[in-house]
Design a protein around this ligand. Structure first.
Ligand SMILES: C[S@@+](CC[C@H](N)C(=O)[O-])C[C@H]1O[C@@H](n2cnc3c(N)ncnc32)[C@H](O)[C@@H]1O
Length: 277
């Protein structure tokens, strides 16, 4: 596999954005915890071949590599050079020889059919331009009986995102965010339509109170680039309308504040399906 990816403007924007964030992506236990749960649910075995789609800093790939051992192999792919640099640095530190990383677009991969026992996509499915086509492509790479697992957030997750969607809808701006995978049925339908069998979706909650600052952070940190939408739909708004929407967003969040902070629902789905045996 060549270490080059031809990216359209949407994907280049995502790649650059994650590269800018790459050095502190692993800070805190949030991403590692989700990656760990996804791997844990998959019950990998020694000797298996694993593909980690949109591997980022390699959280899933590295844990998988430690489980499948020297008899097995893990390939992680991502479009962000910065994220892959972090992944490679960690693998070197851990002296793992059964995992490799490639710069590649998850929607334009060309592995032979029936190559992997397990394909993962953690915290990244909604970044794909075409979720269904992506799942179909990844299904093709699985061996018969092989397992695909992705992680996604519910549509009600992240209070800042929910309030931003609601406010912006009044301005004629529709943000998708987690809508395509926003509930168990949507995850199930995607997997079923892409040809997966034995579908199993685990729902978990990681909700807590957060500060007003954190809740507001999504506007400045999270709205650019927007998953599945390019160009960013906010660019439709004039600077005046945008400022007006921003102050409504701030006011709505301030109204939700309690002594403990703002309740932030984080419902997480761990969705799995198998290729027919
Ligand atoms: C939230 S991070 C998740 C990283 C990792 N899977 C994890 O669980 O920590 C999303 C990742 O998706 C990658 N990504 C987005 N679109 C992609 C695509 N079309 N192909 C490959 N990687 C992609 C980004 O570069 C970023 O590293």
């Amino acid at each position: 596999m060549s270490n080059q990816a031809e990216l359209d403007d949407y994907k280049q924007q995502i790649a650059d954005w994650y590269s800018r964030r790459s050095s502190n992506y692993d800070n805190g236990d949030w991403h590692p915890r989700i990656a760990h749960r996804l791997v844990e649910y998959a019950q990998l075995r020694s000797g298996q071949q694993v593909l980690d789609i949109a591997t980022g800093t390699g959280l899933v790939a590295i844990e998988a590599a430690q489980i499948v051992g020297d008899e097995g192999k893990v390939i992680g792919i991502d479009i962000s050079t910065g994220m892959l640099e972090q992944a490679r640095r960690k693998v070197k530190e851990l002296q793992l020889s059964n995992v490799e990383f490639h710069l590649a677009d998850a929607e334009a991969l060309s592995f032979p059919a029936n190559s992997f026992d397990c394909v993962f996509c953690s915290s990244a499915l909604i970044w794909m331009s075409d979720l269904l086509a992506s799942l179909r492509l990844w299904h093709h790479f699985l061996k018969p009986g092989g397992l695909l697992g992705f992680h996604a957030f519910a549509d009600r997750a992240f209070v800042g995102g929910v309030v931003a969607r609601k406010v912006l809808a009044k301005y004629g701006v529709s943000l998708l965010f987690n809508q395509p995978t926003g509930n168990v049925e949507k995850c199930r339908n995607l997997l079923q339509t892409a040809g997966f069998k034995a579908i199993d979706i685990q729902s978990e909650e990681d909700s807590s109170y957060i500060s007003l600052e954190q809740a507001k952070g999504i506007w400045s940190n999270g709205l650019y680039p927007v998953p599945g939408q390019f160009p960013n739909p906010l660019l439709q708004l004039s600077p005046e309308k945008l400022a007006q929407a921003r102050s409504e967003f701030d006011a709505e969040l301030e109204a939700l504040q309690t002594e403990q902070g703002i309740w932030n629902d984080i419902t997480i789905f761990y969705a799995f399906g198998r290729k027919a045996a």
